[in-house]
Design a protein around this ligand. Sequence first.
Ligand code: ZN
Length: 163
Amino acid sequence: MEKPDINQALRINHGRKLDELRPCCTDRFDVYIKLSLIEAMTSAEGKQRRLSEAQLARAKALAGIDATDPDVSPPLGAVLADPAQLSHNNTYGRLPRFYVDRLVVCRNCGTEEVWPAERQKWWYEEAKGNINTQAVLCRSCRAAERKRKDAARAAAGHGSHTK
Ligand SMILES: [Zn+2]
């Protein structure tokens, strides 16, 4: 197969024919890397990746914020807490006044993920999770864990779990 030159490669990519081109480029790292960059900048998947990177960066920046501090005003994007829904917590400590997206480093696989403020509100206020608990697994490890537990339950003969 004829090797593509970089300009041709870029032109072809512009026409979204990246998948056709890539197999013959594996020995051409320069082309491959440039194509990957362009793909990241143009494709929907790339946009999604940039979006989650921005969300991660934001969560990291917000990591130091004390949501229980009465002198701290909720940052943009914060979700306000409902104190009445947090009364199940048997604590003399201060409860959060709001939730912000938090960074979770998966205990299982090390993936960095954002635990969205809305999901935290759901966990603490609707699911009545204890205020000292937090997400420790990423989404895919949580799903795998749930599957494993379901399978174990079914194997133990308590397979009454229905969707
Ligand atoms: Zn994980």
